[in-house]
Design a protein around this ligand. Sequence first.
Ligand code: FVH
Length: 293
Amino acid sequence: MTQNTVEKTSLSLLGLGAMGAALARTWLAAGHQLTVWNRTPGRATPLAAEGAKVADSAAEAVAANTLVVVCLLDDTSVEEALAGVDLTGRDLVNLTTGTPAQARDRAEWARRRGARYLDGGIMAVPPMIGVPEAGGYVFYSGSQDLFERHQETLAVPVGTEYVGQDAGFAALHDVALLSAMYGMFAGAAHAFALIRKEDIDPASFAPLLADWLVAMAPAVHRTAEQLRNGDYTQKVVSNLAMQVAGTPTFLSTAEQQGVSPELLRPYFALMRRRLAEGSGEEDLTGVIDLLIR
Ligand code: FVH
């Protein structure tokens, strides 16, 4: 067989929302035989024109192929879509966003129904699907054997990152990274609010903000090193005492600009608590210990 005639894995995809449809298109474009199902059938029509087989029910889609990818709204929709469907012998890959506990329960649920299970957490938005240079990928966890068996097919729409046998780890990595993203968005929202009433063009400010966030991001490596060795005073660049001393400036500036400090205050409160414990020479890493219950 020449490279061009190598048979591609055929697969089924349940869910043709914004993400599911983007995934479907890349598999079709790469020459995979794809069977699709969506609760609202009209969403499958454009994909049928692009070569997808359209199943009339989730059960029919699952029966069509061993490899079944699910990309639905949430865990409840997975439960509802697959209720009563025979999963025996299927390789179920669930890309639906959920909690680590939901992923672990879903893995056990699939095992009881005779299916192998891999959970996925998508680190991409639909326009990044099928665009390798966009840097998107999916965290996978659960059966390593299943991951290795299907990695080539799973890597068609977007990169793959296997993070362990524990089915909950993909969701945990996903939620951890997205939580950090919301922290970043919160900081950016406060920054834009500060300049909002001034004669400063947000479009001129945005590149300054983006470059600053990028310049600060590598600090997470120092945090990781400190967490590993348990010494939060190692390689400190700006110690906690100095940073806490600066917090009134941030709160006063917010006040002067007519901006609520509600996004800043909780983090500053943690910094002050850690300082009160006598950790002035530390980095900000000690805040992490205060968060853990
Ligand atoms: N879109 C994004 O930016 C993010 C990027 C990161 C990963 N997420 C997660 O991906 C899952 C799917 O997201 P989506 O963007 O495709 O979401 P929607 O466009 O809202 O489509 C939802 C699909 O789920 C179907 N659905 C909902 N409830 C049920 C149900 N009870 N039974 C069967 N199917 C259900 C819905 O069907 P319909 O409304 O068209 O009939 C859509 O196919 C998601 O976990 C994101 O968190 C996306």
